[in-house]
Structures are given as structure tokens and as C-alpha cells.
Design a protein around this ligand. Structure first.
Ligand SMILES: [Fe+2]
Ligand SMILES: [Fe+2]
Length: 241
């Protein structure tokens, strides 16, 4: 009769309000219990500890959304469509503050030295570190080029910007995919359970210090605002018709 438990609960709740005959002490107590459980669950979800790998991977999710913003700008550049550079400036600022100064710093301070000490994946770690540096140079270029003009496709700067965006996308997609599938899974095996857990807490604390309480969600919201300005926020538009 009911598609799922929440539909059933919703029916019970509404029917208990609608009909006095159904509003028995049992349904009232059940309703209170469900509300309490829901509140505790929501609280628990917010306070939930997340592992270092999950933390780093969801940060890659933010980076991926920036890459989509960069993709959209490449499309406009290709179509010679004038655009306001301020969205790109803001996106590059999120890359600088969140991806480079925070996420990559965590990788460089907490992961890379442990891999080097353990003598594992050292060549990969060296490449990743070189790419972080190359990424910073590209971000500086993107930031500067996006900030200097309203990009009406009149100057050679637009070609330079196209090159910088392409290079950034070309490097970061394989970079983060390799970290997600090789580096982060291997990290679990080179640290103790205790160290792994406490690093997760350290990462969260650092995130909140830099970006405020529940800082990750604030950054996600900033990126969503940029997507809205570009018209790429609505996910359903990407479903094939
Ligand atoms: Fe990285
Ligand atoms: Fe990363």
C-alpha cells in the first residue's frame, strides 16, 4: 500500500491529526518517538566523523564542480560568446583558497611525507606534487586573465585563457582520479587505525578553522551560487531527453 516507510509514517501522522478516532496514545507516542529519532539522526549526521579519504574525496567533488564551471567558460570562449569574467575570477579564487591552500596542503603535509617514509608510491607522489605547483601557476594565469577583461573576444588574451583552462582540466581530471583510486585507498594501509581516525578529526578541525563551522558546506554553497549565475546549476537539464 505504501511505497516506503516514510510515506507510511506520513500517512500515520496525517491520519492521526485528521481523525480523533485514530489519535490514540499509541500513535501519539509513536509520533513523538519518530520525531526524536529523526532529530537525533539529523544531529548525528552533522556531527558524523568522516574518514580522511572520504573528506579528501568530497573535496575532489568541489574541484569537479569547478572543472564544470571551467568547461562552461571554454564552451563560451569557443562559441565566441561574450561573458562577464567575474564568475571565473570567483571560481579561481575557490580553487586557490579551498583546493590549493587547503586540500592540496593536507595532501602535501599529511599524506605525501607518509608515503615517502614508507617507500610506497613515491614516483606517483612526486608527480602529484609537481602537478600541484603547475596547478598554482595555471590558477594565477586564469585569475589574472579572467580579471583583466570582460572578455568580449577582442584580444589575444582569450586564446591565452582558453589554453590555461584546457591545461588545468587536462591535468586535474587524471590527477584527482589517480588520487581517488590509487593514493587514498593505499593511504589506509600505511597508517594505524588510531592515526587514521585522528587524522580525520584533524582535517575536519582545520576545515572549520579556515572556512567556519560546517565550512565544507559553505564552500559547496559558494560554488552552487556560481553555477546558478552560469545557468548550469539545474541538474535535470543534463538528462538526455
Ligand atoms: Fe593532489
Ligand atoms: Fe587531491
Amino acid at each position: 500500500m505504501f511505497e516506503n516507510a516514510s510515506t507510511r509514517r506520513s500517512f500515520l501522522r496525517h491520519s492521526s491529526i485528521a481523525g480523533a478516532a485514530l489519535f490514540t496514545p499509541f500513535t501519539f507516542a509513536q509520533q513523538k518517538l519518530e520525531e526524536k529519532e529523526k532529530g537525533e539522526k539529523e544531529k548525528g549526521e552533522n556531527d558524523e566523523k568522516i574518514s580522511p579519504a572520504e573528506d579528501l574525496m568530497r573535496e575532489h567533488g568541489v574541484l569537479n564542480r569547478i572543472l564544470l564551471i571551467y568547461d562552461e567558460h571554454l564552451r563560451m570562449l569557443h562559441e565566441k560568446k561574450p561573458f562577464d569574467g567575474s564568475v571565473l575570477v570567483s571560481a579561481a579564487d575557490v580553487v586557490r583558497r579551498f583546493v590549493e591552500d587547503y586540500h592540496e596542503k593536507l595532501e602535501e603535509d599529511f599524506l605525501f611525507p607518509r608515503f615517502r617514509k614508507a617507500g610506497k608510491l613515491v614516483k606517483l607522489v612526486d608527480t602529484l606534487q609537481i602537478q600541484h605547483k603547475a596547478g598554482r601557476d595555471l590558477t594565477a594565469r586564469i585569475r589574472e586573465l579572467a580579471g583583466t577583461a570582460s572578455l568580449k573576444y577582442v584580444s589575444s588574451d582569450t586564446d591565452k585563457l582558453t589554453d590555461a583552462l584546457r591545461s588545468f582540466l587536462r591535468m586535474y581530471r587524471p590527477h584527482e582520479a589517480r588520487e581517488d583510486t590509487v593514493l587514498f585507498p593505499a593511504f589506509r594501509s600505511i597508517v594505524s587505525d588510531h592515526e587514521y581516525d585522528s587524522l580525520g578529526e584533524d582535517f575536519e578541525k582545520k576545515e572549520d578553522q579556515l572556512f567556519g563551522d560546517e565550512g565544507f558546506f559553505k564552500v559547496v554553497d559558494q560554488v552552487a551560487q556560481l553555477e546558478k549565475r552560469l545557468g548550469i546549476y539545474d541538474l535535470a537539464q543534463f538528462t538526455p531527453k
